[in-house]
Write a protein that binds this ligand. Structure first.
Ligand code: I3P
Length: 127
């Protein structure tokens, strides 16, 4: 599905599914886990979480508000079986110590995201 350059500032690497997302810590401070379904967009250096597809979300965004995003430079990505009872959960830890879980019931879907995010993280640390 829809990989293409529809970003305003940066090349979109992957989008096209809703994933379940939970932020479990913010700068090392533990958060109460709250899974939400979110439209995820991966571009050259970050993940952005939208409530609905990016076009709709940008159209509905209140002035001065920015969608929630995760900078991937210096981030770590790994599978986790300990941080959730759900299956197919990956964990992203940012360089500031914030932790996010992403999950999809479809293994193929989440693998595609794992590979794409990993590739982006690697390209940021090597380049
Ligand atoms: C949490 C909620 C989450 C669950 C989490 C619970 O309860 O059920 O779905 O995570 O488990 O604490 P509450 O809504 O009362 O905050 P998983 O679905 O990922 O297992 P956890 O505490 O073991 O993280």
């Amino acid at each position: 599905a829809g990989a293409g350059a529809m970003g305003t500032s940066s090349q979109v690497e992957l989008q096209g599914e809703y994933l379940n997302k939970a932020k479990i810590s913010d700068g090392g401070k533990k958060h109460r886990k709250n899974w939400t379904s979110t439209w995820v967009v991966l571009d050259a250096d970050q993940l952005t979480f939208y409530k609905e597809s990016k076009q709709e979300a940008l159209a509905n965004l209140k002035p001065g508000c920015k969608p929630d995003g995760v900078a991937l430079c210096g981030a770590l990505i790994d599978w986790t079986t300990e941080k959730s009872s759900r299956r197919n959960v990956l964990q992203i830890t940012t360089h500031t110590g914030s932790e996010y879980l992403l999950q999809a019931d479809c293994y193929t879907t989440i693998c595609k995201w794992y590979d794409a995010i990993k590739k982006t993280v690697n390209s940021l640390s090597n380049g």
